[in-house]
Every structure is written in structure tokens, then in C-alpha cells.
Design a protein. Structure first.
Length: 193
């Protein structure tokens, strides 16, 4: 899949997930989260070449200054990833983010270790939604389809299909298997706040 195909796919994902999105052009011009993701895709490729790591890092820093989103060029991002609002999002060097993931503003995918050369950041499965201000910390696994509530602090693995809310996050499974995540928000206010 080429770069332009990825851009179109990202725009479609944004249109599907952002009710304020008017059209692709609006999203392309006005979404700092998408801008950060697009620049990350370039900086990540540069990061793979040792001689280009300083350039990748500088590009990442410039992007943070412009968008308010900090994604280390070493992080691995999946397809159709979307960051709504963007401001204050931090994604660490060894983070792995699956396909169809949505983050809201202020989310941190951070480390809990100062060790070098080891995996320090979370691995996030496919179809995960992480609410505003949530902190997902350490080399932990977040399973497919997980929902993490706003302002939650997650420091342990979360199994597929679970809901994690609170500080520290408690894990439960939806009362209605296969429930639409949007509908779950009305039953689980902690996913909002």
C-alpha cells in the first residue's frame, strides 16, 4: 500500500470516527492528530536507517511543536489509526499500536522503566479506544477491542474485549457481549470522564 493510499485510508478513518468532520479536505487541513500520524510515518521510515535517526528525531520534535502530539519515531503505528484533538498525546519509543485504534487528547502510551534497549512501552491491540487523559504505562499488552476510560491509569495487561476504568484501572467485561462501544458510553460514564 502506497503513501497516498494510506493517507486516504487515514482520512476515511477520521471521517468515520469524528462526528465533527465535515469532509476529507476539512480533516486533512484541520486535524493535528492526523498531521502528527502522517509525519510519524515518514520519521519512522527514517528511524529504520541508523544514519537518519537524528533527522527522524528532529522531525518528531518539530511535529510536536506544531501539533502538540509527541510520537517517538521508533514507535510502531497500525493502519487507520486516529488521534482526535491531538493535544498532549505522547507515544513512547517502543510502543506498538494496532489497526483501527483511536486515542483522544492527553493520552500517554508511556514507559515505567529507565532501562535502555528493552521494550518499555505498551502494545495496543486492534480496535482499541483510549479516552482523554488516560495513561497506559509499561511493557503491557492491551488486547483487541479494549476500551480504556478517560483519565484511567493502566499498568497491567488488559484482556481482549475488556473495559478498563479508574486509578488504578479496574478491569471488567461489558454486560452485553459485542455491545457497540458508543452505546456502552451511556451505561458506563467513566468511559467519558
Amino acid at each position: 500500500m502506497g503513501f497516498l493510499d494510506r493517507v486516504r485510508e487515514d482520512l476515511d478513518a477520521a471521517m468515520a470516527r469524528d462526528p465533527a468532520a465535515v469532509n476529507r479536505a476539512d480533516v486533512a487541513v484541520n486535524s493535528p492528530g492526523l498531521h502528527a500520524i502522517w509525519v510519524h510515518r515518514v520519521s519512522h521510515r527514517l528511524w529504520q536507517r541508523p544514519a537518519w535517526k537524528p533527522v527522524a528525531r528532529a522531525l518528531s520534535t518539530l511535529t510536536r511543536a506544531v501539533t502538540g502530539v509527541e510520537i517517538h519515531p521508533g514507535a510502531t503505528l497500525g493502519r487507520r489509526f486516529f488521534i482526535d484533538h491531538g493535544m498532549g498525546v505522547v507515544i513512547g519509543e517502543t510502543a506498538i499500536v494496532g489497526d483501527d485504534v483511536m486515542l483522544y487528547h492527553g493520552v500517554t502510551l508511556g514507559g515505567r522503566s529507565m532501562a535502555r534497549g528493552v521494550k518499555r512501552h505498551p502494545s495496543v491491540g486492534d480496535g482499541v479506544t483510549i479516552g482523554a487523559g488516560a495513561r497506559v504505562l509499561g511493557d503491557i499488552e492491551i488486547g483487541d477491542g479494549v476500551q480504556i476510560g478517560a483519565n484511567s491509569v493502566v499498568v497491567k495487561d488488559v484482556p481482549a474485549g475488556a473495559v478498563a476504568t479508574g486509578i488504578p484501572a479496574t478491569i471488567r467485561f461489558p454486560d452485553v457481549p459485542g455491545e457497540d462501544p458508543y452505546e456502552a458510553l451511556f451505561r458506563e460514564p467513566a468511559l467519558f470522564i
